[in-house]
Write a protein that binds this ligand. Structure first.
Ligand SMILES: [Zn+2]
Length: 103
């Protein structure tokens, strides 16, 4: 893709990160004038990440023996029908920690 601004450079894919929100995004940068643009697809991916982040809840890690504990907010407990004594799986993923209730 040619640069729509200077019409001389080639738009190259780049990656950057909004560090304060820990959100990675992809964009295009011109090899000549350095203009940066987002395609509609790149914009939609970025907007999707922010939409997900807006729904996120802030939690505080508390000390529990040698481990740390996180309190799960009651609306999430109700929505996922989690009950005391039931089980789930916890795993690390590339964004952090993921918990899947099982039985
Ligand atoms: Zn350019």
């Amino acid at each position: 893709m040619k640069c729509p601004i200077c019409r001389k450079g080639i738009m190259k894919k780049k990656k950057d990160c909004f560090k304060e929100d820990n959100i990675e995004y992809e964009y295009l940068q011109c090899s000549k004038c350095n203009e940066e643009i987002l395609t509609m697809k790149q914009l939609k991916v970025l907007a999707g990440k922010y939409r997900k982040l807006r729904k996120a809840k802030e939690v505080t890690f508390a000390k529990w023996g040698n481990s740390l504990a996180v309190r799960i907010p009651s609306d999430i407990v109700e929505e996922l029908k989690i009950k005391e004594g039931k089980h789930g799986l916890m795993m690390k993923d590339k964004e952090g920690i993921r918990i899947i209730p099982t039985t």
